[in-house]
Design a protein around this ligand. Structure first.
Ligand SMILES: [Zn+2]
Length: 307
């Protein structure tokens, strides 16, 4: 199935909330896309198709229609949200997590395929997403899970309580820009304990310009929490999924040098060497050039870290 319009479907096993009709002046284009592109996409997304089918999930390709709706429609795999060439469904793994995870996602974030809130929804078992709009705020009853100690992660919170039992904790992550998160923080005031974690180091979320030192993506905040709770297995598994998400995003954008830099210091090559090898360029010349670049960047990283 091909959906076109403003609907951005993040969960391939759920019905989209909204499928809008194409604008009148793009009906012809829409028919063209529907008839011509879907076959082409099925072909190029063959690997994703079989993965989705094996999981019992239907193949659905989203065509994101932004401001450049007619000139530059982007086809994306509905599950991993990457364009078909860089579909990484093959590497997606479910992460079982004893902490209950809920993401309150700003409606603007909802339409950004690179959102790590979407990534959490895709890979963390039992994670739930609640879309926040300034005029439609999720209710406390729909978000807070009975019997759980609710932690809203926020830099202005209190330190993490001592000796928590992960199974008793529900973490609520606010997913949006700094200003959007501030609005959501007001909306969830009093829903639970506001908790601040020591988050140090540099963000690995290379798909967006960070707003400042010490600011991290939503999934990185969750990684800090898992680490603080001593959930190493879950932390490492989620870290790999996050790295795959970023790496595929860099490749999608054609940032070869950045992708090589990223891969040089990523656990990805060890965690899923075959998936990564298949993401190398296909032409012999480009493949050789990328391999040389990767060797150089790996050596630079080794020297830099004293490894
Ligand atoms: Zn995919």
């Amino acid at each position: 199935m091909v959906f076109i319009g403003l609907a951005c479907i993040t969960e391939s096993n759920e019905r989209p909330e909204r499928i809008t009709s194409p604008p009148p002046d793009s009906v012809g284009l829409w028919r063209q896309l529907r008839n011509g592109v879907s076959a082409q996409v099925r072909e190029s997304c063959h690997r994703a198709t079989s993965v989705l089918t094996a999981s019992g999930l239907p193949l659905r390709i989203t065509i994101h229609m932004g401001r450049s709706v007619v000139n530059n429609p982007t086809l994306r795999c509905t599950r991993c949200q990457q364009i078909p060439r860089w579909c990484v469904c093959e590497g997606l793994r479910t992460v079982d997590c004893p902490v209950a995870v809920d993401v309150m996602m700003h409606s603007r974030e909802f339409f950004r395929p690179s959102s790590t809130g979407h990534l959490i929804q895709r890979v963390v078992a039992g994670a739930r997403t609640h879309v926040y709009r300034h005029d439609v705020v999720p209710t406390r009853e729909s978000v807070v899970r009975p019997g759980k100690d609710v932690w809203v992660l926020h830099p202005l919170g209190e330190p993490m309580p001592a000796g928590p039992v992960p199974e008793n904790v529900q973490v609520l992550l606010l997913d949006g820009s700094w200003g959007e998160a501030a609005d959501m923080k007001k909306a969830v005031e009093g829903w639970g304990r506001r908790v601040s974690l020591p988050m140090t180091g540099k963000s690995r979320y290379w798909l967006r310009t960070q707003q400042g030192e010490g600011q991290f993506s939503t999934v990185e905040a969750l990684l800090f929490l898992l680490d603080a709770l001593g959930l190493k297995k879950e932390h490492d598994a989620l870290r790999v999924q996050f790295e795959l998400h970023v790496y595929a995003g860099l490749r999608t954008r054609g940032h070869s040098a950045l992708a090589a830099d990223f891969l040089a210091t990523s656990p990805l090559r060890e965690a899923m060497p075959e998936v990564i090898a298949r993401m190398h360029p296909q032409s012999p010349e480009e493949k050789a050039a990328f391999s040389a670049l990767l060797r150089e960047r790996t050596e630079n990283a080794r020297v830099h870290t004293g490894g």
